[in-house]
Ligand binder design. Sequence first.
Ligand SMILES: Nc1ncnc2c1ncn2[C@@H]1O[C@H](COP(=O)(O)OP(=O)(O)OP(=O)(O)O)[C@@H](O)[C@H]1O
Ligand SMILES: [Mg+2]
Length: 319
Amino acid sequence: MSTESLKSTDFSFPGQSARYNGKVRDIYTIGDNLIVMVATDRISAFDVILPRTIPYKGQVLNQLAAHFLEDTADIVPNWFMVMPDPNVSIGLKAEPFKVEMIIRGALVGHAWREYAAGQRSIAGVSLPEGMKEYDRFPEPIITPSTKASVGHDEDISEQDIITQRIVSQSEWSELIGYVRKLFARGQDSASEQGLFLADTKYEFGRLDGKLILIDELHTPDSSRYFYADSYEAFVKGQSEERPKQLSKEFVREWLMERGFSGQNGEVVPELTNDFITTISERYIELFEKLTGHKFHKANEKNASVRIEKSILEYLETNR
Ligand SMILES: Nc1ncnc2c1ncn2[C@@H]1O[C@H](COP(=O)(O)OP(=O)(O)OP(=O)(O)O)[C@@H](O)[C@H]1O
Ligand SMILES: [Mg+2]
């Protein structure tokens, strides 16, 4: 089924000044300050691009990010301007801060794995004793990580961020204010739809001396979502069944069960067709749950031709 899925693009637009392939998105810079972000169907886990693509994943990511960027523009200005195609967003190019702002409301994922291994501090934030997996923190904690140019991102403390001048003290204060407000909004939106947003990641950049939110927002790639009722039941001990995941975390778990966690020398297990279908369905399910709208599959056949045409049309009429 995945043969028609969007693996990568290689366009050359009028005025194009740079092209960059991220793990998931292909980014084209037009002139000095416009970026065209194409969300492909690639999937990465533990900073490695997996060998197969996931149908409709790019469309889900792009449409969800656009939805939330529009929904939070009252909290912090962001880069997003327009969505000329289901897989494409166009907006302002910023100078990205070399730090990922991670905020966690509960002990899951990476934080739980560190905690279970005996760590009682993440990115300089100390963690209470006696917590169990899935327990909520008394207050959400902010545990930034570096944006490594190569290799794995690593946790970094507030103090190191400032002494290494990744951001200034005043920018840091502004950042954490935005991060807390965005997360509160994200958790509220999720809970209105019966979901629990356990943690997420934000990226920011500088544009004309001002801070703006860049990249994706509250998507299944950047966030961990659960069904709220199953989460509650488990935490309260009313159910033995682990809370149902609606984000990429279940892919990481599937890989770990098969001996892959992104370490050197490990081999990526082969993704079966069934598992690929499951991942695709979960992404679509999350889209529908979160937005309350039905997901309309864009035609995946010749998607790259469609995408190029939509972008060209936008650029021709707007520049
Ligand atoms: N408005 C923006 N201005 C400049 N850069 C941006 C903007 N929005 C997102 N980016 C950058 O675009 C890239 C998004 O692509 P993607 O998420 O596929 O990459 P990634 O795998 O997260 O990162 P990388 O491959 O760079 O480690 C990220 O490097 C992100 O920092
Ligand atoms: Mg990214």
